[in-house]
Design a protein around this ligand. Structure first.
Ligand SMILES: C[C@H](O)CC(=O)C(=O)O
Ligand SMILES: [Mn+2]
Length: 342
């Protein structure tokens, strides 16, 4: 363990939840079963399964799932021998009903996600999860967009509701290593509970930022094999596992087995490529919610405008998760302005 760590690192694999954005929520039950079997065999601690926008996300606004997420959660639980199944819930998108259903199907942990200034809406879901006997963690999205002081205030609210950890969630992949360091350090100094970190790789900093977070004492860490996640994806789990191994930090995962899952099972599911391309780079550069990428690309085609212009505008407007409808408005407005100029 490193000098700041008082607990072992617990890894949550998010390729079946954050990665749901990258496959437009089209995972099949067999795909989920295969991935979970592989991850469980490699010793991954938690495997998150839900629609990309969390429980209840299958809507016209966020994208319809091919298969009902409850069926996928049930299948994942069925495949796990040691790993625990986690779910994500954004209050208002997911409700108590979905939380109870996921729990009855065997999900053992929920991450209650709110925008970084809206922690107060997580109270009842955190309480409910604890009452059900689930682990309940807070997830402060778009953490780059608020001051450290605000982040501390919001994290403390989640702690007061009973959260057992709070994550600095870099939804836009916009945080620089020094900004990760100051956020994790501040939360570690201000909270009694564990601190977590969730990265996106839009500026190619996900592994470096995750290591920085660990150095500052974060013990709840997210990764996605082959970077399968929104935008340029998350911290590539198998790469992180190799780096941690080189650093002498044992997280109890079989590196070769994890590499094989990445190569043989998850790789073939990836529709495009998770390399950093102009769209995902602009997400990190302009500080835009990573799951907006595919929506912006579609809107760009529909209105014949450059998706980068849409994303930059959304960054200026400080759009937050849940405001996906703004993407079409912005694209339509840009198209109108282009016509006026022409
Ligand atoms: C619902 C989002 O996709 C949650 C997340 O993974 C993030 O904000 O990043
Ligand atoms: Mn994410």
């Amino acid at each position: 363990m490193n000098r700041h760590m008082d607990k072992p690192i617990k890894l949550t694999e998010v390729c079946l939840r954050d990665g749901s954005h990258a496959v437009a929520h089209q995972f099949t039950e067999n795909q989920v079963r295969d991935v979970v079997r592989g991850l469980d065999g490699a010793g991954v601690h938690y495997i998150e399964v839900s629609h990309g926008d969390g429980l209840g996300g299958s809507t016209v606004q966020y994208g319809k799932s091919l298969i009902n997420e409850m069926k996928l959660i049930e299948a994942a639980v069925d495949e796990c021998k040691n790993s625990k199944v986690a779910v994500l819930l954004i209050p208002g998108i997911g409700t108590m009903n979905e939380l109870k259903q996921a729990h009855e199907l065997g999900a053992q942990l929920v991450r209650v996600a709110t925008h970084a200034t809206e922690a107060d809406v997580s109270a009842q879901h955190i309480h409910k999860a604890r009452e059900l006997g689930m682990e309940a963690l807070g997830f402060l999205m778009m953490s780059h967009s608020v001051s450290v002081t605000t982040l501390i205030e919001q994290a403390k609210l989640m702690e007061s509701y009973g959260a057992e950890a709070v994550y600095v969630t870099d939804s836009a992949g916009a945080l620089l290593p020094n900004e990760v360091r100051e956020r994790i350090k501040a939360l570690r100094q201000s909270l009694q509970i564990e601190v977590g970190f969730h990265a996106h790789n839009n500026l190619s900093l996900a592994v470096a930022n995750t290591i920085t977070a660990i150095e500052e004492g974060a013990t709840r860490i997210d990764g996605s094999v082959r970077c399968l996640g929104a935008g340029a994806g998350n911290t590539q789990t198998e790469v992180l596992a190799a780096v941690l191994d080189r650093m002498g930090i044992d997280i109890g995962i079989d590196l070769y087995k994890l590499m094989d899952v990445a190569e043989d099972i998850v790789g073939p599911l990836i529709p495009g490529s998770q390399e950093i391309r102009k769209g995902s780079l602009v997400l990190g550069y302009a500080g835009v919610y990573s799951s907006f990428l595919l929506h912006a690309e579609r809107a760009g085609k529909r209105f014949n405008v450059d998706p980068r212009d849409i994303l930059v505008e959304l960054g200026k407007l400080k759009a937050v998760g849940g405001q996906e409808d703004m993407i079409l408005d912005v694209a339509a407005e840009l198209a109108k302005n282009d016509k006026v100029r022409a």
